[in-house]
Design a protein around this ligand. Structure first.
Ligand code: GTP
Ligand code: MG
Length: 608
């Protein structure tokens, strides 16, 4: 470990059952390490005296918290603890559910954990739940504090009993604490100084245990990861540069580095690193919000993950094996759609399988399970609406962490254990190579969009075989053409007897038909065109393949026909009657609504 790494601030979360003494442990440590603001301790003592109540170290946290809150609600006390060796950020959350929520949503990203157990009360359900949760979230550096030893007469036997029970529990879930420490937080025993009442104990004090934890992987040696938050354009005339902005989650990036965007696989070199500082830095590293420009004007979007060429690459998939914790009032069930947020990606998600679900306090297991109830932990396979880039938690925890939203609430969260293969895998590998080898034109996509006054878009018109889609698509093409748009109608038949003439019509050829359709669509979209495609009876699997070859955000799907679209996700469903009466208007309105073009004559489209 370099000296730099040991100076790195360590984030420690303190957990345990209600009233077992978490806040007292921290308050006392703050006081004993001289980490408090000048006069704070005296102020709180005086306050207690005036109010006629006994002084509590736990009040220090409330006092510090109030000072910082200033009108904003914060539910985790964040305190800084300074020792000669380094600085600690200690997170103390009141209440069980808030604590869990903060942990699973990543509000608290702990590198180590202190688990506090009351010697007198012994191991309680949240002692177990929190231990389980920390383990599941990858916080495996733990110290167990058996607190309130003064209440049990500093008895070694009591300590041994509690320690044995809890370490046995941790062992069951694969955790081994670095130390188990008998403490009296109230009396200051074995926190910063060794207790004379417990000479039978020769392990580390809490302070020594903290100093023994090590920080996350040194930022410079970890693979670079930055979820794309936004892509900004310079607005100067003739200035085509774009800034790719985000927060570096891991590793670092330097001017001149080759970077790869996932899931698209597009790549370019970093030309500049941008900040508000007068002197532009040459490098950005983990924890920094930053932006950089590229040497080629490739089209990338929010939600992609940037990695560096030559380093371990993230996985791209639409199926994930995960560990998650559920907080939702409604149970998590297969077949219902939720929203998954991972990095800056937002995708619809369904549970494919619940392999096992367990009550994190009793460790009672149901395997397999048909639902994950509130406050249960589960191992599941998730199926995403489209592929995203992730890392398994063993490689980079920061880009393995996700939350699940049910309606509008964060209802769960967890970590990606494994990126599973999905049916689009073989095609995706070819697309990654295609994008890697892609020759980018000097003309950036924005310039084309501005010139043509439109965003290249693929409108996929599908439905039952017997319904006539082509007439409507051609009518729309004519209408948009008359309005001055660059538009092209492409019927599936135009491919079948041309580009696809070497393929059969059997089921096993279908994926190749779709791949070729996607490749041709991708070329036309790259050329800036509004593309109207008709194809009968498209399935969800077909669409998944097309979305692998064409940027998914550039595709609109319309189902034309009286029969329902099945599970095919569509942007618009038109009955035959509506199509006959106002089909062109409805499709045109959809394109305008999704910003494919402005639809009002005369106004400039994106004049930048
Ligand atoms: P919540 O935040 O409500 O979950 O509680 P907590 O775990 O932060 O506990 P806190 O530090 O507020 O302590 C709870 C009570 O236990 C307080 O009245 C403390 O004074 C008392 N307490 C904490 N540590 C000790 C100890 O070592 N000995 C004794 N006798 N009492 C203690
Ligand atoms: Mg507390």
């Amino acid at each position: 470990m370099s000296s730099d790494d040991s100076r790195h601030r360590l984030t420690v979360v303190i957990a345990g059952h209600v009233d077992h003494g978490k806040s007292t442990v921290i308050g006392r440590l703050l006081a004993e390490t001289g980490s408090l603001p000048e006069g704070k301790l005296e102020q709180i003592r005086a306050l207690c005296q005036r109010a006629g109540r006994p002084f509590e170290y736990a009040y220090l946290l409330d006092a510090l918290k109030d000072e910082r809150a200033q009108g904003i609600t914060i539910d985790t006390a964040r305190v800084f603890l300074n020792t000669p060796a380094r600085e600690y950020l200690v997170l103390d959350a009141p209440g069980h559910v808030e604590f869990v929520r903060n942990l699973v949503t990543g509000a608290a990203r702990a590198e180590a954990g202190l688990l506090v157990i009351d010697a007198h009360e012994g191991v309680r359900e949240n002692s177990r739940r929190h231990g389980y949760l920390l383990g599941m979230l990858g916080v495996s550096q733990l110290a167990v504090i058996v607190n309130k030893m003064d209440l049990v007469g500093y008895d070694e036997q009591v300590f041994r009993r509690v320690a044995a029970e809890y370490t046995a529990f941790l062992a069951e879930i694969g955790l081994t604490p670095a130390s188990v420490i008998p403490v009296s937080a109230r009396e200051g025993a074995n926190l910063a100084t060794r207790s004379e009442r417990m000479t039978w104990y020769d392990g580390p004090t809490v302070m020594e245990a903290l100093e023994g934890f090590h920080g996350a992987v040194a930022p410079s040696s970890a693979p670079f990861r930055m979820p794309v938050q936004d892509v900004y354009k310079f607005s100067g005339n003739g200035d085509d540069r774009r800034i790719v902005a985000g927060t570096v989650e891991s590793g670092s990036v330097t001017v001149g580095d080759e970077v790869v965007f996932y899931p698209s696989g597009k790549r370019a070199r970093v030309r500049t690193v941008e900040t508000f500082a007068a002197e532009p830095p040459r490098q950005a590293e983990a924890g920094q919000a930053t932006g950089f420009t590229l040497d080629e004007q490739i089209y990338v979007t929010r939600g992609e993950l940037v990695a560096r060429a030559g380093q371990p690459q993230p996985e791209v998939t639409s199926r994930l094996r995960v560990g998650l914790f559920w907080l939702g009032r409604r149970p998590l069930v297969p077949g219902r759609e939720y929203l998954l947020k991972l990095g800056t990606a937002r995708v619809p998600v369904q549970v494919e399988t619940i392999h096992r679900s367990l009550d994190a306090a009793s460790l009672e297991v149901r395997s397999p399970a048909d639902a994950v109830e509130r406050l249960e932990v589960a191992e599941c396979t998730l199926a995403l609406g489209r592929a995203i880039a992730v890392d398994p938690v063993t490689r980079i925890p920061a880009t393995a962490r996700f939350v699940i939203v049910d309606r509008y609430d964060i209802a769960g969260g967890g970590l990606v254990r494994e990126a599973l293969t999905d049916p689009q895998r073989p095609l995706r590998d070819r697309i990654l190579l295609r994008n890697y080898k892609w020759e980018t034109s000097f003309i950036p996509a924005e310039r084309r969009a501005a010139r043509y006054r439109q965003q290249p878009t693929m409108l996929l018109l599908t439905g039952p075989r017997e319904v006539d889609r082509k007439r409507l698509a051609k009518a729309l093409e004519s209408r948009l053409f008359e309005e001055g748009q660059i538009v092209y109608f492409l019927g599936m038949a135009n491919l079948l007897y041309g580009v696809d003439s070497d393929l059969g019509r059997e089921a096993e050829d279908r994926a190749e038909h779709m791949r070729r359709l996607a490749e041709i669509a991708n070329l036309l979209l790259d050329a800036g065109v509004l593309l109207l495609v008709t194809a009968a009876e498209l399935t969800t699997a077909d669409l998944a393949l097309i979305r692998t070859g064409v940027p998914p955000e550039r595709i609109l799907t319309v189902w034309l026909g009286d029969r329902a679209a099945g599970d095919l996700p569509v942007d618009l469903h038109l009955s035959e009657r509506d199509a006959a009466a106002s089909g062109v208007e409805r499709l045109r309105a959809l394109l305008v609504e999704r910003d494919a073009f402005l639809g009002t004559a005369g106004s400039a489209f994106d004049a930048s």
